[in-house]
Design a protein around this ligand. Sequence first.
Ligand code: IPD
Ligand code: CA
Ligand code: CA
Length: 263
Amino acid sequence: MNPMLGFAVKAARRAGDIINRAAENIEQLTVQHKTKNDLVSEVDRAAEAEIINSLKNVYPEHAFLAEESGRTGSSDFEWIIDPLDGTTNFLHGFPVYGVSIALAYKKQLQVAVVFDPCRNDLYTASRGAGAYLNEKRIRVSKRDKLIDCLIGTGFPFKANSDIETYAEMFKTVALNTAGIRRPGAAALDLANVAAGRLDGFWEIGLSPWDMAAGALLIKEAGGLVGDLEGEDQYLETGKIIAGNPKIFAQMLSALRPHSKKLT
Ligand code: IPD
Ligand code: CA
Ligand code: CA
């Protein structure tokens, strides 16, 4: 295993232990609102500190971009971390949440870990070496008609979040697919595309830490990831379409006409 991936896996499992312990006593947690509908708990912070400390021990010169502590350090190597993706689910005891860790070198994603502590499922990828779920190789689905596809998404929930345009996109996808799912943790949704359980995914208003690891998983599983123009700017714009290559193209054609109306 790529040594950097190995350290990322250790860090993700440690964060998973913190999350699993806290899940036994959710009502004891102190929760704060970052903005409306955007929650953070001491678990998010403790898991993030654990990940950053354990990676900093090995790579003191690397930079970090993490949801709760922002950007620290300056280096061509940058770890992109969501310590607990799906905080709202976690706080409700709804068992769909996970840890997401990616490493970029000169902006290019190199290694990815998404860990689902509820199922003890570990998704890993390193650039050029494929994607794995618990050490078994995973690949995107083979479906080639959008109408047969199960598509994941996330609802925009912040103020001024283009909800009307999103609703139009939703209608287009709902009418042209076998179904839509909104599990509530983007990193796991993307991992499920990599594993072929979802044929595609789209969302607007995401942050780099929601997408970085999942995007590399999908690419290494043979899928495509892009923004709503089909370009590579999803980490910058927060707008993402992903899927197996055929479905990616069909989703892009279906959603691109709406993207001009987004702010
Ligand atoms: C959220 C989840 C959710 C997505 C939101 C994210 P968080 O992450 O990934 O699925 O729809 O946009 O903010 O806040 O739980 O880490
Ligand atoms: Ca997140
Ligand atoms: Ca989070």
